[in-house]
Design a protein around this ligand. Structure first.
Ligand code: ADP
Length: 160
Protein backbone atom coordinates (compact mmCIF):
# COMPACT_ATOMS: atom_id res chain seq x y z
CA UNK A 1 0.00 0.00 0.00
CA UNK A 2 1.51 3.30 -1.12
CA UNK A 3 1.21 6.29 1.16
CA UNK A 4 1.55 9.91 0.04
CA UNK A 5 3.27 12.25 2.48
CA UNK A 6 2.31 15.91 2.02
CA UNK A 7 4.81 17.88 4.11
CA UNK A 8 4.72 21.60 4.79
CA UNK A 9 4.42 24.37 7.33
CA UNK A 10 0.70 25.00 6.75
CA UNK A 11 0.94 28.24 8.75
CA UNK A 12 -2.01 28.41 8.08
CA UNK A 13 -3.46 25.89 5.63
CA UNK A 14 -4.79 27.52 2.44
CA UNK A 15 -7.10 26.35 -0.33
CA UNK A 16 -3.94 25.78 -2.41
CA UNK A 17 -2.74 23.19 0.12
CA UNK A 18 -6.19 21.57 0.26
CA UNK A 19 -6.24 21.25 -3.53
CA UNK A 20 -2.95 19.28 -3.41
CA UNK A 21 -4.06 17.13 -0.43
CA UNK A 22 -7.37 16.22 -2.11
CA UNK A 23 -5.61 15.31 -5.35
CA UNK A 24 -3.02 13.19 -3.50
CA UNK A 25 -5.85 11.45 -1.59
CA UNK A 26 -7.56 10.57 -4.88
CA UNK A 27 -4.39 8.97 -6.27
CA UNK A 28 -2.95 7.16 -3.22
CA UNK A 29 -4.45 4.60 -0.80
CA UNK A 30 -3.48 6.73 2.16
CA UNK A 31 -2.27 10.31 2.55
CA UNK A 32 -0.47 11.69 5.59
CA UNK A 33 -0.27 15.46 5.94
CA UNK A 34 2.94 16.12 7.86
CA UNK A 35 3.06 19.42 9.71
CA UNK A 36 6.73 20.30 9.91
CA UNK A 37 8.47 22.31 12.58
CA UNK A 38 11.72 24.02 11.69
CA UNK A 39 13.43 25.56 14.72
CA UNK A 40 14.98 28.29 12.54
CA UNK A 41 11.59 29.53 11.33
CA UNK A 42 9.02 31.50 13.28
CA UNK A 43 5.37 30.58 12.95
CA UNK A 44 2.04 32.28 13.65
CA UNK A 45 0.40 29.05 14.85
CA UNK A 46 1.92 26.23 16.96
CA UNK A 47 2.33 22.80 15.29
CA UNK A 48 -0.66 21.52 17.30
CA UNK A 49 -2.82 24.46 16.18
CA UNK A 50 -1.80 23.96 12.54
CA UNK A 51 -2.51 20.22 12.79
CA UNK A 52 -5.89 20.85 14.47
CA UNK A 53 -6.93 23.20 11.65
CA UNK A 54 -5.85 20.62 9.06
CA UNK A 55 -7.79 17.87 10.85
CA UNK A 56 -10.88 20.04 10.85
CA UNK A 57 -10.72 20.82 7.14
CA UNK A 58 -9.79 17.28 6.01
CA UNK A 59 -12.34 15.52 8.23
CA UNK A 60 -14.42 14.49 5.21
CA UNK A 61 -11.47 12.73 3.55
CA UNK A 62 -11.40 9.22 5.09
CA UNK A 63 -7.93 8.26 3.82
CA UNK A 64 -6.21 11.45 5.06
CA UNK A 65 -4.52 11.73 8.46
CA UNK A 66 -2.54 14.60 9.96
CA UNK A 67 0.67 14.26 11.97
CA UNK A 68 3.33 16.64 13.24
CA UNK A 69 7.10 16.22 13.00
CA UNK A 70 10.19 18.17 14.03
CA UNK A 71 12.53 15.65 12.39
CA UNK A 72 14.34 15.67 9.09
CA UNK A 73 11.75 14.78 6.44
CA UNK A 74 13.89 12.01 4.90
CA UNK A 75 14.29 10.39 8.34
CA UNK A 76 10.59 10.70 9.21
CA UNK A 77 9.66 9.11 5.86
CA UNK A 78 12.10 6.23 6.40
CA UNK A 79 10.06 5.21 9.45
CA UNK A 80 6.70 5.44 7.66
CA UNK A 81 7.05 2.50 5.27
CA UNK A 82 6.22 2.59 1.57
CA UNK A 83 5.87 6.34 1.02
CA UNK A 84 6.22 8.98 -1.68
CA UNK A 85 6.55 12.69 -0.95
CA UNK A 86 3.87 14.69 -2.78
CA UNK A 87 4.36 18.42 -3.21
CA UNK A 88 2.57 21.20 -5.00
CA UNK A 89 4.55 23.19 -7.55
CA UNK A 90 3.61 26.81 -8.23
CA UNK A 91 4.92 28.22 -11.53
CA UNK A 92 8.60 29.19 -11.30
CA UNK A 93 8.63 30.34 -7.67
CA UNK A 94 8.83 26.85 -6.12
CA UNK A 95 10.96 25.09 -8.72
CA UNK A 96 14.55 25.72 -7.67
CA UNK A 97 13.99 25.09 -3.97
CA UNK A 98 11.79 22.02 -4.48
CA UNK A 99 14.20 20.53 -7.05
CA UNK A 100 17.06 20.93 -4.56
CA UNK A 101 15.03 19.42 -1.69
CA UNK A 102 13.86 16.46 -3.80
CA UNK A 103 17.46 15.64 -4.77
CA UNK A 104 18.68 16.04 -1.19
CA UNK A 105 15.93 13.80 0.17
CA UNK A 106 16.86 11.17 -2.44
CA UNK A 107 20.51 11.43 -1.41
CA UNK A 108 19.64 11.01 2.27
CA UNK A 109 17.17 8.20 1.60
CA UNK A 110 17.70 6.54 -1.80
CA UNK A 111 14.26 4.87 -1.77
CA UNK A 112 12.46 8.16 -1.31
CA UNK A 113 10.90 9.80 -4.37
CA UNK A 114 9.17 13.15 -4.67
CA UNK A 115 6.15 13.58 -6.92
CA UNK A 116 5.07 17.05 -7.99
CA UNK A 117 1.50 18.06 -8.72
CA UNK A 118 1.17 21.31 -10.62
CA UNK A 119 -0.67 23.93 -8.59
CA UNK A 120 -4.13 24.64 -9.96
CA UNK A 121 -4.24 27.72 -12.14
CA UNK A 122 -6.37 29.77 -9.72
CA UNK A 123 -4.09 29.00 -6.72
CA UNK A 124 -0.72 29.76 -8.35
CA UNK A 125 -0.38 33.04 -6.45
CA UNK A 126 -1.56 31.65 -3.12
CA UNK A 127 0.75 31.01 -0.16
CA UNK A 128 0.38 31.07 3.63
CA UNK A 129 2.60 34.16 3.62
CA UNK A 130 0.26 36.04 1.27
CA UNK A 131 -2.73 35.13 3.46
CA UNK A 132 -0.97 36.44 6.59
CA UNK A 133 0.13 39.64 4.89
CA UNK A 134 -3.26 40.47 3.34
CA UNK A 135 -5.23 39.54 6.47
CA UNK A 136 -2.99 41.47 8.86
CA UNK A 137 -3.73 44.65 6.88
CA UNK A 138 -7.47 44.00 6.99
CA UNK A 139 -7.85 42.44 3.53
CA UNK A 140 -10.47 39.80 2.79
CA UNK A 141 -8.99 36.27 2.75
CA UNK A 142 -12.29 34.39 2.82
CA UNK A 143 -11.73 33.00 -0.68
CA UNK A 144 -8.15 31.92 0.09
CA UNK A 145 -8.58 29.67 3.15
CA UNK A 146 -11.08 26.93 4.11
CA UNK A 147 -14.28 28.46 5.52
CA UNK A 148 -14.12 26.31 8.71
CA UNK A 149 -10.93 28.06 9.85
CA UNK A 150 -11.40 31.54 8.37
CA UNK A 151 -12.55 33.12 11.66
CA UNK A 152 -9.67 31.59 13.62
CA UNK A 153 -7.11 33.00 11.18
CA UNK A 154 -8.70 36.46 11.10
CA UNK A 155 -8.94 36.73 14.88
CA UNK A 156 -5.30 35.68 15.37
CA UNK A 157 -3.96 38.10 12.78
CA UNK A 158 -6.07 41.08 13.77
CA UNK A 159 -4.91 40.65 17.38
CA UNK A 160 -1.27 41.16 16.40
P1 ADP B 1 3.69 28.01 1.87
O1 ADP B 1 4.14 28.69 3.11
O2 ADP B 1 4.44 28.49 0.65
O3 ADP B 1 2.22 28.01 1.67
P2 ADP B 1 4.17 25.26 2.83
O4 ADP B 1 5.52 24.90 3.34
O5 ADP B 1 3.10 25.27 3.85
O6 ADP B 1 4.25 26.57 2.00
O7 ADP B 1 3.77 24.32 1.61
C1 ADP B 1 3.69 22.96 1.66
C2 ADP B 1 3.53 22.43 0.26
O8 ADP B 1 2.34 22.96 -0.32
C3 ADP B 1 4.65 22.80 -0.73
O9 ADP B 1 4.86 21.68 -1.57
C4 ADP B 1 4.10 23.92 -1.52
O10 ADP B 1 4.66 23.98 -2.80
C5 ADP B 1 2.65 23.52 -1.59
N1 ADP B 1 1.78 24.65 -1.80
C6 ADP B 1 1.68 25.76 -1.05
N2 ADP B 1 0.78 26.61 -1.58
C7 ADP B 1 0.31 26.02 -2.71
C8 ADP B 1 -0.63 26.39 -3.72
N3 ADP B 1 -1.24 27.56 -3.71
N4 ADP B 1 -0.88 25.51 -4.71
C9 ADP B 1 -0.21 24.32 -4.75
N5 ADP B 1 0.69 23.92 -3.85
C10 ADP B 1 0.95 24.75 -2.84
Amino acid sequence: MKTAICPGSFDPVTLGHIDIIERAASIFDRTVVLVMQNSRKSYLFTPEERAAMLRKVTAALPNVTVETSDRLLAAACADMGDVVIVKGLRAVSDFEYEFQMALMNKKLNSGLDTLFLTASEHFQYLSSGVVKEVCSYGGDVSELVPKEIHEEIVSRLRRK
